[in-house]
Design a binder for this molecule. Structure first.
Ligand code: NAD
Length: 275
């Protein structure tokens, strides 16, 4: 199964479908990520705050998969924003992962109350220049945060990783990102199991029409919209189901019906409030 790649604004590319490990128990991470790699995932999305970078690293090491075939993202936690603290936090993440570089490093939240994300971004530029990070990006940045960053740096983030699913599509942020060549990564692509996406008739009907599951329909919708996604599951059967989405396509009317489900259905926190 070949996963398409999305071209980033810095010359690198990223597998469009990956595997996320938010809320994956550190004690189980190695087993779960090993399952995901066996299923075929090659793109892993973790973060310092998830507490499971070691488990991800152990699964990567045990897999024997050549490093260049894997794509690993991790994220800087809010209390490590700054200059020296970024370098220290990055070194520690790299050590926990057991890697000598990561493919993508993200500022996890803008944390506006700290007012340090511009300084933090400049430290990210240094990390990229050092070669130990291939691409740098942001997460949970809305238009005002992106505008400020672009006004104070020549380096445009490669990605913005934001909460995005059919009920919460963030049109302003995605339009701004598209205009500036920033790829969108959709976190919580299935609504984190908190938003009842799977029961909506627009999703259920498309699933029935294609003989697929509602989760597969929602993942397909993301892929056809051009988002990068990494749904999370601890169950191997669901990991396989979520990866098995490249042999069917939603029609124009199905895409439009699901896109019409937008209703500002945020399931997590507003980025201005996570400090
Ligand atoms: P998600 O939308 O991927 O939902 C995961 C939940 O959906 C699972 O726990 C399970 O309950 C359910 N599920 C998964 N596959 C299913 C299937 N086939 N059928 C039925 N139910 C299924 O939510 P997420 O894990 O929060 O988001 C994905 C990834 O995004 C995370 O693991 C993490 O890597 C990233 N993320 C980033 C941020 C951020 O602030 N940058 C925040 C949250 C998540």
């Amino acid at each position: 199964m070949t996963v398409p790649r999305i071209q980033l604004n810095d010359g690198h590319s990223i597998p469009q479908l990956g595997f996320g490990v938010f809320k994956v128990d550190p004690a189980e991470t190695e087993r779960i990520v090993s399952d995901a790699l066996e299923v075929g995932y090659r793109h892993l999305d973790t973060a310092r705050i998830y507490g499971n970078e070691e488990g991800v690293g152990r699964a990567v090491a045990a897999s024997g998969i050549p490093r260049e075939q894997l794509y690993v993202t991790t994220k800087l936690w809010n209390d490590d924003q700054g200059t020296q603290s970024v370098h220290d936090a990055f070194d520690a993440s790299l050590e926990r992962l057991g890697l000598d570089y990561v493919d993508l490093y993200l500022i996890h939240w803008p944390s506006p109350a700290r007012d340090r994300y511009v300084e933090t971004w400049h430290a990210f530029e240094e990390l990229r220049d050092s070669g130990r990070v291939r691409s740098i990006g942001v997460s949970n940045f809305l238009v005002p945060h992106l505008e400020r960053l672009l006004g104070e740096s020549d380096v445009v983030p490669a990605v913005d990783q934001i909460e995005l699913h059919p009920a919460h599509q963030q049109p302003a942020t995605t339009a701004f990102a598209e205009e500036h060549g920033i790829a969108i990564e959709a976190w919580g692509p299935l609504g984190q199991g908190k938003y009842p996406l799977f029961e909506l008739p627009e999703v259920a009907d498309a699933a029935a029409a294609h003989g697929r599951s509602p989760a597969q329909v929602v993942i397909r919708w993301h892929l056809q919209r051009g988002h990068i996604v990494f749904p999370k599951s601890s169950t191997r059967a669901r990991m396989a189901e979520n990866f098995d989405v490249f042999d069917f396509e939603l029609g124009e009317a199905e895409m439009q019906a699901i896109t019409a489900l937008e209703r500002e259905g945020r399931v997590s926190s507003h980025p201005d409030e996570v400090n």
